[in-house]
Structures are given as structure tokens and as C-alpha cells.
Design a protein around this ligand. Sequence first.
Ligand code: NAD
Length: 338
Amino acid sequence: MRRIAIVNSRTFGVRFPDLIDRLKEYAEVEKIFVDRGLRGKALAEKLRGIHFIVASVTPYYDREFFENNSDVVLIARHGIGVDNVDLEAATEHGVLVTRVPGYRERDAVAELAVALALSAVRMVCNASKAVREGRWGDRSRIVGFNIRGKTVGIIGLGNIGSRVAEIFSRGFNAKVLTYDPYISPEKAREHGAELVSLEELLRESHIISLHVPLTPETYHMIGDKELQLMRDGVIIVNTARGELVDTNALIKALKAGKVGYAVFDVVEGEPIGADHPLLKFENVIVTPHIGANTIEGLRGMDESVVEAILDVINGKTPVGLVNTEVLDKGTRAGLSKN
Ligand code: NAD
């Protein structure tokens, strides 16, 4: 009997049990929770006998995992980022890796990025807290700014970044700058943005929103040097990956009063506890990685994962395949290019 394990996901299938029922027509489906730091051989042993893994943002599926587990044929990420899978090792071992196609989460994450930016611009969380604490009179000190005519910098103009650019340029009449070395000026213009260097974006923007994947190149791409280039009082929005920002450098910049607000849906080393040093600052807002958490976003993600698993069971190339080279090398699932 085929076995599917939903590993460390507290959202997959929860709202849409009809999708789990669909999988159950083809396989046994079980939920497994492992320590988020479990890796390598120990993780391989824990998941022995599992053929399909529905993968959350943890644990990390490293090379040693693939070397020690010969059962898994597909890792279907329940999300867009695949930074917790060693893709090269997966490919070498014939394991298919899929992710949710970007369009499924585009609106949900982009709209959260805009919501976070607005919360900072108008100090919504602090204002609400003031009222709850009986400080209505604080209203005279709670003064934001209009977005019209301000500059918004979007780092990474892919699925999500391009939608954020559209909302700020078309909805708010902001000037939108973007830095993305892999796109053309025409593509940037299509979404209402102007393609510039990273340095120009950092110097000019009142709001900076991060939308790049986590790669060795983008790890800590916002550090001391980049923070110093930014405007005083800049608002930094991160809905992409916590590790894009050097947290220690950010804390220094917050202490120095350089950063107006840091508004994050993702944090380095997440999940974090209430004692995290970032939470000591009034001008930091953190949400617990809820970017895709809209009804439409979650249904779309769940459907993509189910579709990918059923594709493989039916001998088809799965939707959202990331390591396409695996089809040339040979897959454990017996799929090939033709
Ligand atoms: P995407 O692949 O469509 O877009 C990423 C863009 O970043 C691309 O245009 C690419 O050219 C650009 N890029 C790559 N390296 C770059 C670099 N060094 N500098 C500047 N630009 C660079 O991805 P997406 O669908 O827009 O998602 C972006 C990220 O958002 C994902 O990788 C994921 O980590 C994160 N995400 C978070 C949530 C959430 O719940 N908060 C949900 C979905 C995705």
C-alpha cells in the first residue's frame, strides 16, 4: 500500500477534508510531527516506508536524508519556498520535488505585504493598543503619512512582488522602484515599477518590501551596509523569508532609531517565542507566517499538493515540479521526460 505522510504541517487538508479523502482513495494518509531540527539519517529513519511527503517549512531534507532513505519518491512542498530541501541531492537520488505554483498564493501574500506596510504607515497596532490601555488621548501623537507620491521599493519582482508593485502604483499612486537582476525593464514597467540598482532602491524608498527566494545569494541581503543606505524612518516589510535580513544588524538599526518600522511575516529562525529580542521594540510587528492564509490561498495550495501526488501516482509529470533535471537522470517513481 502506498503511504503519504503530512510532515509538520498544521494546515494541509485541515480546512478541506474532501482533499484528504481524495488522497485516501489511493493511499494511506498519516500525519507525522518531527522535531523541526531533525535532519539526516534520523529523519530518514523516522520517515522510512513513506512514499510521498507533504512537506512544511520544517524539517530540512538534507543530503544525508536522501542518502539514507530509499522509499520517498516525491516531496511535495505545501508552499512556494523549497529552501528546506537539498534539491541537488534529491535530484541525484531520483526524488521528485514539487512546490505550489506561485499564482496560487500570489494575491494572499501580496495583500498581506500591503496590509503590513499600511499597519506601519498608520501605526495601527500601536494605536489599537493605546485605546485598549485607556490612552485615547495619544491620538495627537499617532501621525502617519500618505502613500501617494512616496517611493516603494520592491526587491524581487516575481509572482508576489509584481502584485505588490501593482497595488502600490495603481492603487496608491506611489512611485514604485524594483531591484531584480533577472527581469527586464519592460517587465518592471508592465507592473508599474521602474527597474533600478539595489543601492538606488535602498536610498530612495520610504517602504521596502522583500519578495526574493532564500538562496545563498540572498541570505542576509539586508545587513549593516544596506540598512545604513536606507532613509531614516524607513519601513521594512518582509513576507518572503526571515533569513534575508541579518537580525542582529536590524536590532542595531532599530536601537539607533534608523528604522521606522520592521513588519515581518517571517523571522530568522522561526518559529520564535515571546522573548525574541525583536519583540522588545514597539515599532516591530510580527505575524506568524500567515502570508498564504486566506481561504482561497489555502485551498489553492492544498489542491496543488493533491494534484502533484495524483499526477505521480498516475505516471504523469507532477504540477509544480522544481527539479526538472530529475526526469533526465531517472526518477524513483519511474517517470521520464516522455
Ligand atoms: P518568484 O520566484 O515568483 O519571484 C522571486 C523573484 O525574485 C524573481 O523575479 C527573481 O528573479 C527574483 N530574485 C531572485 N534572486 C534575486 C536577487 N538576488 N535579488 C533580487 N531579486 C532576485 O517567487 P514568489 O512566488 O514571488 O515568492 C517569493 C518568496 O516569497 C518565496 O520564495 C517564498 O520564500 C516567499 N513566500 C512566503 C509566503 C508566506 O507565507 N509569507 C508565501 C509564499 C511565498
